[in-house]
Design a protein around this ligand. Structure first.
Ligand SMILES: [Zn+2]
Ligand SMILES: [Zn+2]
Length: 187
């Protein structure tokens, strides 16, 4: 059983700053702790544009970074975990994700990754490799999924026959060395 490929940002570790609005005039001249303080303030007051949550409202989140490599994943594990014919996921750094109410519950779908969901209503919220700095939020849980259009389709070798490729998305198979020793813990 395969899963997301290692060329996700989750595996790249590259620095990626995508705050959608920056108050450059107020930040350029700042240094050190003061700059960090100001930046935190800016983030909390104006730079966070993307938010989401579960269907019952117990789980709410906001992110301070625009997602990178938003994707559909057609792998069998994502199908099972989402209860749907593919998963739609938006990777962000874990440090850019802030829970606003309850944190979701988690299920270790394999020995290398966890998937979170609302413990009250069951809405799938995220997928993340245990050792990654990135987590992937479900597109449907965003308050405005139009803001996070997919650019990649992973796991295309497992795509169901009645789901057609999207021309605007790169098409990538999964299955690689990183996951060779993974133990699938899904039923
Ligand atoms: Zn809920
Ligand atoms: Zn997958």
């Amino acid at each position: 059983m395969t899963h997301l490929t290692p060329d996700l940002p989750a595996r790249s570790g590259g620095e990626y700053s995508m705050l959608r609005k920056t108050n450059a005039g107020g930040r350029i001249a700042q240094n050190g702790a003061r700059r960090r303080r100001l930046r935190q303030l800016e983030v909390s007051m104006s730079e966070t544009e993307l938010s989401g949550g579960c269907q019952c409202g117990a789980v709410r989140y906001e992110i301070t970074q625009a997602p990178r490599d938003v994707h559909f994943c057609h792998c069998r594990m994502c199908q099972r975990a989402s209860g749907n014919v593919f998963a739609a996921l938006a990777p962000v750094r874990k440090t850019a994700l802030r829970w606003l109410a309850e944190e979701p519950a988690e299920f270790a779908s394999s020995t290398v990754a966890r998937r979170s969901f609302c413990r009250h209503c069951g809405t799938p919220i995220s997928f993340a490799y245990n050792e990654s700095e990135w987590t992937c939020l479900t597109l449907g849980s965003f308050d405005d999924p139009e803001q996070v259009p997919p650019t990649i389709e992973y796991g295309v070798e497992s795509r169901l026959s009645y789901i057609h490729p999207r021309e605007q998305c790169a098409q990538k198979e999964t299955g690689n060395g990183y996951l060779a020793n993974m133990i699938n813990q899904q039923a």
